[in-house]
Design a protein around this ligand. Structure first.
Ligand code: ATP
Length: 300
């Protein structure tokens, strides 16, 4: 199955957009090259190279840009089991000692399996969202000044260093604030691949709009007058998540063209022919606005 995944990627027809992720082809290629290729190339070749797999990666950038989508997709393509997902604020348990225990548990399954099966062990992906909540520069008082943040970082470091021979772990940290992450975590052998996932450019927004309207288009409930290129031009600074919110909002405007709120009579036949049209999207633009980058709107 791993070979099949590899062949799919190497195939010239392969498009990252087909996985429901838009505008991140270049980022995905980088991930593939740096953290991925070694895991799908023949093991004997990797052995000849004598290099350990990348064990950790940091995806950083504004919220809603697809970091979680990518992390999950990596898991699928590498044929890993369902990733363990944990988030920084959750780990910071107020009972001292409990947060280190949470970290220990995260790695326990992978360690156990590696002990039993060695290199035959399947890949364990750990997605650590909002990593900055626990991994602020040590000594900075992260974790409410209790020093809990410090001990979580230490525990993570010892796990990552301890898994030197554990080839079956890929830790994917995510943050909106790379500058807040303890440098020690970002060194080679730890979260060594750093990749910025930024807001999509115009072509990226075309791709994301197409992804999020694909179903309505296929099912013939999107009006032919919807101009995706124009919407992409009008959505400067929107994240993927905000574009998905825009599509939802447009749909709600389409509903209200067919249903007068409060009068449900005669709705069924009206609604049967409902299509989301361009004006619905323009109306949606009046209510869904980008949270970030608004003051950089002239860039691009
Ligand atoms: P956060 O930093 O808040 O955790 P994130 O970068 O992990 O955000 P995701 O959870 O991956 O963001 O994205 C949220 C949702 O937004 C996705 O489930 C998807 O519907 C949509 N989305 C975000 N980015 C993209 C993209 N590049 N292509 C298609 N859809 C996207």
């Amino acid at each position: 199955a791993k070979r099949a995944a590899a062949n799919a990627i190497i195939s010239p027809d392969f498009k990252f957009g087909d996985m429901g992720i838009g505008g991140l082809d270049a980022e995905f290629s980088t991930i593939f090259r740096r953290a991925f290729a070694s895991r799908i190339f023949p093991p004997d070749l990797i052995e000849k190279l004598g290099l350990p797999h990348v064990k950790g990666m940091l995806l950083y950038g504004p919220p809603g840009t697809g970091k979680t989508l990518i992390a999950r997709q990596i898991g699928k393509m590498l044929n890993a089991r369902e990733p363990k997902v944990i988030n920084g604020p959750e780990v910071l348990n107020k009972y001292v000692g409990q947060s280190e225990e949470n970290i220990r548990k995260l790695f326990a399954d992978a360690e156990k399996e590696y002990k039993e099966k060695g290199d035959e062990s399947g890949l364990h992906i750990i997605i650590f969202d909002e990593l900055d909540a626990v991994c602020k520069q040590r000594g900075s008082g992260a974790g409410g000044g209790t020093g809990v943040g410090d001990s979580v970082v230490n525990q993570l470091l010892s796990k990552l260093d301890g898994v030197e021979q554990l080839n079956n772990i890929l830790l994917i940290g995510m943050t909106n604030r790379k500058d807040m992450i303890d440098d020690a975590l970002l060194r080679p052998g730890r979260l060594e691949v750093h990749l910025e996932i930024s807001l999509p450019d115009e072509q990226g927004r075309v791709d994301i709009l197409n992804i999020h309207t694909a179903k309505m288009k296929k099912n013939n409930v999107m009006d032919a007058d919807v101009d995706i290129a124009e919407l992409a031009a009008l959505t400067k600074n929107f994240s993927g998540a905000e574009i998905s919110g825009l599509v939802k909002s447009a749909t709600s405007f389409a509903f209200t063209r067919h249903i007068k709120v409060g009068t449900m009579a005669g709705v069924a036949e009206d609604v049967a022919g409902m299509k989301v049209n361009h004006q619905d999207f323009l109306n949606a633009l009046g209510e869904v606005r980008p949270a970030f980058g608004a003051d950089e709107s002239d860039l691009e």
